[in-house]
Design a binder for this molecule. Structure first.
Ligand code: SAM
Length: 448
């Protein structure tokens, strides 16, 4: 049986029952997370260049998650940079749970949206506008890795620090403009620890700042066993593992570290931030909550917390892989509802139908690749416009691929385009509920 699996009728119906919590909060979350990341770095699974089909930097992270994160950040960072330019000041960034500096990479490669194809791409945050980037992480191995990668970047620095105790010595630094986090870092903190960190940030910031909170979404299909509200006044942390980073042959021999995480719904998190900042006299100026990786979270591949999960991340990774053909039928998704969650079930039903309509359209387009007239016909009008647009686009790609004479146009042109079309679908249909692996929550706030 998989971790957390039960043989009860209830567990059977709902996927997998919640794994047992390690005893109490003497379960020392910080220490277990630390152990997990130390061994991930030591084993090499957490290197920057393990990308493609597996590892931390797989194709979904590179071409979906990082890009969507940049897309959402754009509307907050761009006006901030302009404001700072106006006051002749540069941007200071603090990366919370920085790992080896992935936040630096994300923020310094933001591109201005909507620029014409003719002009050269322009960075939102050009090097001369960056004052400082500091990464703080509990793991000395991560900090060492980051320090090594950026040793030639004088504005980049890292410190070891435990954010469950607030900002600590960082309070002595000059204020930052962006208090950043990426890929679930803040989900390592429980509610009280997060509130303390938010209070410290509020206190530490000057007039106006941006908080980027990257969290794990409670309503992801990957873990329907966690959808229920935590018991009133009880522990809100749930068990998690990064088993997806281990190759199957190693999983037979090694038990991955399990550590507690906070799985947030968007509404819960929003309330938490507004209450914490509001109690300190602060104010949210604008915010955005975004679901990222609805069907392509990493535990879709493991089925560790939901036996009905399909390995869709594996298939989407494959879509983006050079010279590798994907079995498109394996992309067809069959949603298993969870009783008592009507709103979420309705959302996933809709998302499934839109996703599958596009996948079937791609399969049909490939079958009719030699029929350009049919490929040029308008898509079926019974679908909503976003789906029609996706179908029109994939048909257009197949119709126009003839110019690509060398290699494998299906693997290297059509399939990556299908990947981007599915990514657009996610961006158009997401509702910002916490119904995906990642919940990206961005707040611009002011002190009064
Ligand atoms: C999922 S990783 C994300 C790393 C990086 N931000 C990225 O985008 O890849 C979570 C990071 O949070 C760090 N972390 C966990 N608990 C922490 C704590 N209490 N204080 C500081 N960092 C912590 C871990 O060491 C790890 O590097």
């Amino acid at each position: 049986m998989r971790i957390g699996e039960t043989e009860t009728a209830e567990g059977e119906e709902q996927g997998i029952a919640p794994p047992e919590q390690p005893a109490g909060r003497e379960n020392n979350g910080s220490e277990r997370a630390l152990k997990n990341y130390q061994s991930a770095v030591a084993s090499g699974f957490y290197q920057r260049d393990t990308g493609g089909l597996l590892g931390k930097y797989d194709n979904v992270r590179r071409y979906w998650e990082d890009q969507i994160t940049r897309y959402v950040l754009h509307d907050f960072v761009m006006p901030l940079v302009e404001r700072k330019r106006h006051s002749l000041e540069r941007i200071r960034i603090l990366d919370l749970g920085s790992g080896s500096g992935e936040g630096y990479e994300i923020l310094t490669s933001l591109k201005k949206e909507g620029d014409s194809l003719v002009s050269r791409e322009v960075d939102v945050l050009p090097p001369e506008m960056l004052g400082a980037y500091k990464g703080v992480d509990i793991s000395p191995a991560m900090v060492e890795q980051g320090t090594g990668i950026y040793e030639h970047e004088p504005k980049v620095s890292f410190v070891v620090g435990d954010l469950s105790e607030g900002l600590g010595d960082i309070k002595n630094d000059a204020p930052y403009d962006i208090y950043f986090s990426s890929y679930g870092s803040l989900s390592h903190l429980n509610d009280a620890e997060l509130a303390r960190l938010l209070e410290d940030i509020h206190e530490h910031s000057h007039g106006q700042a941006v908080l980027v909170a990257d969290l794990v979404g409670r309503y992801s299909y990957e873990w329907q066993c966690y959808w229920d509200d935590p018991p009133a006044g009880g522990d809100t942390m749930r068990t998690y593992s990064m088993s997806y980073l281990y190759p199957p042959e190693l999983l037979d021999r090694v038990e991955p570290e399990r550590f507690p995480l906070r799985f947030w719904t968007a509404a819960e998190f929003d309330e938490h931030v507004r209450a914490t900042i509001g109690n300190k006299g602060g104010r949210v100026i604008k915010n955005e909550l975004r679901d990222r990786s609805i069907l392509v979270g990493r535990h879709m591949n493991t089925g560790e917390y939901n036996r009905h999960a399909q390995p869709l991340r594996r298939e989407v990774n494959c879509l983006h892989e050079f010279n590798v053909r994907t079995d498109l039928e394996a992309l067809v998704f069959d949603y298993t509802p969870k009783p008592g969650f009507d709103r979420l079930n309705a959302f996933f039903d809709k998302f499934q139908m839109a996703w599958n309509a596009v996948v079937y359209a791609a399969i049909e387009a490939l079958e009719r690749a030699n029929d350009p007239d049919w490929l040029g016909e308008p898509p079926p009008t019974e679908y909503p416009e976003v789906v029609q647009d996706a179908i029109r686009t994939i048909r257009g790609v197949v119709r126009n691929v003839r110019w690509f004479r060398m290699g494998d146009p299906r693997a290297n042109v059509i399939e990556p385009q299908l990947g981007y079309i599915l990514r657009n679908l996610e961006m158009d249909l997401q509702q910002g509920m916490g119904a995906a692996h990642g919940l990206l929550a961005i707040y611009e706030f002011s002190k009064e």
